[in-house]
Design a protein around this ligand. Structure first.
Ligand code: ADE
Length: 225
């Protein structure tokens, strides 16, 4: 649900997400919130009661758009309505993994100063933030969720093993990787990777992942214990 559906087209049609759509593994419906305004100016926002900055998205307009998106109460199994908001829980790899098991997600992109609290109370199951900074709307965050979740849907990434070895699965950063040429600008490739000893390579990679995580992301490293 968005006021700017045109922002989604290129992402939903390209790369891995586009292929997942072509294969029928995921599908998307873009709902223009403005289509659910009823007055002749197609008003979607209004000033806050009590005064203050900016405009809020109106609950009645949002509610009709949400019903069109398939929103129901009580929420059916494995469905959720998510409001993208800087006030939400942080989006992490664990959240992406959890949401990739859902059958139907309704992503609501807020705009202006926010949305009427009654829409949140009635319709929103979770508020999700992509980080501690404020963007002009929920569209880019929604695209981040779409990308991060879609690639975890079974069958989307050909090799399930490669998803399991992603950076941040298990809270570890990825080990250093190299491809041809064997020498580039005077720099070689670690000998062990040329050894053909798969056990030794796996141990080296794990050690590099740990060292890297401890150096670059001490917060993640501590959390692993
Ligand atoms: N809307 C505006 N800023 C946001 C953020 N950081 N995360 C999610 N939604 C947002």
């Amino acid at each position: 649900m968005t006021l700017f559906p045109e922002l989604f087209g290129p992402v939903l049609q390209s790369s891995l997400v586009g292929k997942a759509v072509e294969k029928g593994l995921v599908s998307f419906e873009l709902i223009q919130i403005r289509d659910f305004a009823t007055d002749k100016h197609r008003t979607v926002d209004d000033t806050p009661y009590g005064g203050g900055e900016g405009m809020l998205l109106k609950p009645d307009v949002l509610y009709r758009a949400w019903e069109k998106a398939g929103g129901k109460r009580p929420a059916p199994e494995k469905t959720a309505t998510i409001l993208l908001s800087p006030q939400g829980e942080h989006f992490t790899q664990a959240t992406a993994r959890e949401l990739s098991t859902y059958e139907h997600l309704i992503l609501v992109c807020g705009h202006y100063e926010g949305v009427d609290e009654r829409f949140i109370e009635l319709c929103v199951d979770r508020e999700v933030s992509i980080g501690d900074y404020v963007l002009t709307g929920g569209e880019l965050p929604a695209l981040v969720l779409i990308d991060g979740i879609t690639r975890l849907v079974p069958g989307v990434v050909g090799n399930e093993q490669s998803v399991a070895r992603d950076s941040l699965e298990d809270d570890l950063l990825k080990y250093p990787q190299y491809t041809r040429p064997r020498e580039f600008q005077g720099l070689g490739v670690p000998e062990i990777l040329l050894s053909g000893d798969h056990g030794a390579i796996a141990r080296w990679r794990l050690a590099e992942s740990r060292a890297r995580t401890s150096r670059k992301r001490p917060d993640l490293f501590k959390r692993r214990g």
